[in-house]
Design a protein around this ligand. Sequence first.
Ligand code: CA
Length: 217
Amino acid sequence: MIPMRELMKPKDYVVRVYVLTGTKIVGKDANGKSDPYLKIKLGKKKISDLSGSKKNWDKDFPYEERYIAATNEPEFFRSYEMTCKLPGASTLDVQCWDWDAFSFDDLIGHTEIDLEDRIYSKIWKNFGTKHQTDDRLALKPAELRTLWSTTSGNPQGYLKMWVDVLTVEEAKQYVCVCVYHSLETTPRSFKITHNNLLKHTGTLVSTYRNHHPRSSS
Ligand SMILES: [Ca+2]
């Protein structure tokens, strides 16, 4: 048995958030659609798809592609990485925003995940361990997370996503994975980003597939 004192001593973790798609995202614009993009918050740390100085942005991932124009079914295929100490500020807040050209962007809705509930849960820890290999950490199940807003009692849409919480040692061993998902049989091109940098382009060909793991930035 691990002594309680040892258990409660804050430890460093690496949190990787993979957002695949959004579905039934409410329309914030007059056309009934939104222009969705994501912001991730954990404690005092924040990552926004639109963050950073425009002139420093990767040329391959221009401003216009950081939000997904006019849709209720955005295909994000984006991943985000943050570090944190647990126990500590453990509420991961994933927000979906509507980009607007001429007014302030609107928060469509958000979902909160308590990371301590995950790492101290035996059930969650054991998920996917059968499929762990030297290249890939145990696969955690993709979740359909409901987006909530303070202005409505109804869901504002859903995000299909999953979260990996790794120790620093695990994060060194297992790099961020590149995932994509085919919603239709016709191959289409896609882009995958990680922490606002374009990491991979390719063609959608099959359902859920782990691509070659890539090093995280
Ligand atoms: Ca808009």
